[in-house]
Design a protein around this ligand. Structure first.
Ligand SMILES: Cc1ncc(COP(=O)(O)O)c(C=O)c1O
Length: 384
């Protein structure tokens, strides 16, 4: 008897990644920006759970100018795809990681005098300057040199052999819900640029806006690049976002299957902790996935899934490998049927923002929480 190999086993829970939609999204976002604006594709955290290799390869094909990742490990994965692509590390480096800047030809985010000395040593040892983007803290309170001190650090970088200033940037703290503070951060960043007349914007990346920042980016912005994460995956940074006008579409959808259908009498309880008591005789479907796959326990008794295109509420607590839903009102549900957790099915839709709301979280975290057990199935790879 031949055993099915794991790759040939039927899928119990999977994510579909529509790479053609990713490409269309990048092109739509680009078309909505001034033609000279460069596009930094933010692909950290495994390209927001979409899979770094596939997503980055498609973004390279679609015309991204620079890739931003969180750490050296992600950068190394990206580097395998192509030697020439500029890669920016967004997180700070540990001292033992410094040498990889030269080895993998990476640009570092630089926030301090200490990093000037460290990265310059790597450049001098390698005999080739290390590219750095100076990060300016205009109010995020995370990475970056405080804006008042930025011009001095900028001059220090320019005067240091072993370093090449490839960019200068800042990051907004509340671009989705605080227009006033975002405007203040823009003002502080512009003031830094004014105090660094030696910077040539033709030669370096000047960037501030992430997805939500694009909403308030003035048409005559003096920045020449944007850093886009969420929006390129077809997700709006908040439900009322003006960016809906760009018409990006979701790249990610999340699917599972019905493993068992059974009836339970009125008054019985469902799942651990008995948090759900049935108000009627019910037909329930046990789905083949749970928090071990990335369905957060927080959606217990709150979420719904689509079966035959109809919304079926989650009953009781999500468990590690199974989730129970009410299919009393959906006739004909049977073992093996598909259930859609996030995405479209037979005319119904559950989008990631709604799903994240049920989990008391944000789409960024939902995407990062889909576990390794969930295979990513790539639709429309290149050449198809
Ligand atoms: C520094 C930085 N820039 C850009 C982004 C992309 O943000 P978004 O996914 O909201 O577009 C992130 C994401 O967390 C970030 O940390």
């Amino acid at each position: 008897m031949t055993m099915p190999t794991p790759t040939r086993l039927p899928l119990r829970c999977w994510a579909e990644i529509d790479l053609a939609a990713l490409e269309r999204n990048l092109r739509l976002i680009r078309a909505s920006l001034p033609p000279s604006m460069r596009y930094v594709a933010v692909v950290k955290a495994d390209a927001y759970g979409h899979g770094l290799h596939h997503a980055a390869a498609r973004l390279m094909h679609s015309g991204a100018d620079l890739f931003a990742v969180a750490n050296v490990s992600e950068a190394a994965t990206l580097r395998e795809l192509g030697p020439g692509w500029p890669i920016l590390l967004l997180s700070p480096l540990l001292p033992e990681e410094d040498r990889y800047l030269a080895e993998y030809d990476l640009a570092a985010t630089l926030s301090s005098q200490d990093e000037v000395a460290r990265f310059a040593r790597v450049g001098q040892t390698a005999g080739k300057p290390i590219a750095v983007h100076l990060k300016v803290d205009t109010g995020m309170g995370r990475l970056g040199v405080w804006h008042a001190d930025a011009p001095e650090l900028c001059r220090r970088i320019l005067a240091t052999p072993g370093l090449r200033l490839a960019g200068i940037f800042t990051h907004f703290a509340s671009p989705d819900d605080d227009v006033g503070f975002t405007a203040e951060q823009r003002k502080r960043f512009l003031a830094v640029l004014d105090r660094c007349p030696e910077l040539d914007p033709q030669k370096i990346f000047v960037h501030a806006d992430n997805s939500a920042g694009l909403e308030s980016m003035p048409e005559d912005s003096r920045f020449n690049a944007v850093r886009v994460g969420l929006l390129q995956f077809g997700i709006l940074p908040h439900p009322n976002s003006l960016l809906a006008a760009v018409h990006t579409e979701p790249v990610f959808s999340f699917h599972t299957r019905v493993g068992l259908v059974k009836t339970l009498p009125r008054g019985s309880t469902v799942s651990y902790g008995r948090t759900c008591k049935l108000a009627r005789d019910s037909t329930v479907a046990v789905l083949c996935s749970g928090y071990g796959d990335g369905i957060p326990r927080a959606v217990s008794n709150r979420a719904a899934v689509l079966i035959h295109g109809r919304r079926c509420p989650v009953l009781g607590r999500v468990t590690m490998d199974q989730t129970i839903v009410d299919v009393t009102d959906v006739p004909g549900v049977t073992c093996g049927d598909e259930a859609v957790l996030i995405g479209r099915h037979a005319g119904g839709e559950i989008n990631i923002t709604e799903f994240s709301h049920w989990a008391d979280t944000i789409p960024w975290e939902t995407l990062c929480s889909v576990t390794k057990r969930v295979p990513r199935i790539y639709r429309t790879p290149l050449g198809i």
